[in-house]
Structure formats: structure tokens, C-alpha cells
Design a protein around this ligand. Structure first.
Ligand code: FEO
Length: 172
């Protein structure tokens, strides 16, 4: 399988973006754990594991195609947040950024008629839609239940796994 040098460079950059996302979610999970938001800590640690899987998908794709996957150094992510809502807002912004990056990869693949990479990327297109929906759904709860109400925030924190399964079960 032939992959252009521009596409290889872009796929390797995406390994770096996914690695940063994984690390950023570990940092948020750690902050949540420290503050006592146990449901959110679990949520973000699981989210970090998903990001690591995304990174590995890019690594396997490049290596199996006969090219070198470059394992990057990772920039330090933010370590604290103004509020739990701000932490989820960071997550949503981060997912939107990744969606844009994935679309750029799809654009390159389409431009180059690289149908193999184009097909490989479709899973990520679907995944990003799901991830943005997940973060938006959680942020809506702060709006609906009360972003300054400690009991409401506690309930949101406790209900995170239910929100995750509700979004996963939604028709795509
Ligand atoms: Fe792998 Fe959620 O971006």
C-alpha cells in the first residue's frame, strides 16, 4: 500500500494529538480524583484509555502499511480547573479540535485518492460525532440542573456512567 509523505506526516501528527488527548484526560481525571468527583474521575480515566486506543489505531495503521509510526513527546496538559463544568468544557473543546484534525486528514486522503486511508478514517469520523455528543450531553446537565448548585453537581458526577451509556446506545 502506497501512502504519500504528506499523509504519513499528517497521520503521525495525529498520533501526537491523540497522545495529548489521552494525557489531558488523565490530568483531568487526576484533578477530579483529588477534589472528590469520583464519577468524573472514572469517566475521564476511561476516556483517556479510549484516546490511547485511538493513538494505537494510527500507530498500527502506519506500521502495518510499512511506514514508521513516530512515538511523540507529549506537551504538559492543564492540571487544574475552575469547576467541574470547566473541565467538561475543556473536554468538548478538545474533541472539537480533534474532529477538525480528523476532517483535515479525510480531506488529504480524498485529495490524494488514498482510498485505504480514507476508509480507515471513517471510524474516527463516527467516533468524533459520538464524543462531541457525549460532552455536549453532560454540559447540558449543568445548564439544566444548576451549575452553582452543589447537590446538582454531585448528582451529575454520580450519574456520569449512565449518561455515557445513554449516548452510546443512541442511534447514529
Ligand atoms: Fe481521539 Fe476523542 O479524540
Amino acid at each position: 500500500m502506497q501512502i504519500s509523505s504528506e499523509m504519513i506526516k499528517a497521520l503521525n501528527e495525529q498520533i501526537s494529538h491523540e497522545a495529548f488527548s489521552a494525557n489531558a484526560y488523565i490530568a483531568i481525571g487526576s484533578w477530579c480524583e483529588r477534589i472528590g468527583y469520583d464519577g468524573s474521575a472514572k469517566f475521564f480515566f476511561e476516556q483517556a484509555a479510549e484516546e490511547k486506543d485511538h493513538m494505537l489505531k494510527f500507530i498500527h495503521y502506519l506500521n502495518n502499511a510499512g511506514y514508521e509510526a513516530v512515538i511523540p513527546a507529549i506537551e504538559k496538559p492543564p492540571g487544574s480547573f475552575q469547576s467541574l463544568e470547566a473541565a467538561f468544557q475543556f473536554g468538548l473543546e478538545s474533541e472539537r479540535k480533534v474532529t477538525k484534525e480528523i476532517y483535515e486528514l479525510v480531506d488529504i486522503a480524498a485529495k490524494e485518492k488514498d482510498y485505504s486511508t480514507y476508509s480507515f478514517l471513517q471510524w474516527f469520523v463516527t467516533e468524533q460525532t459520538e464524543e462531541e455528543t457525549l460532552f455536549q450531553t453532560i454540559l447540558q446537565k449543568f445548564e439544566l440542573l444548576g451549575r452553582d448548585d452543589k447537590l446538582a453537581i454531585y448528582q451529575i458526577d454520580q450519574n456520569l456512567s449512565a449518561i455515557r451509556s445513554q449516548v452510546s446506545a443512541a442511534p447514529k
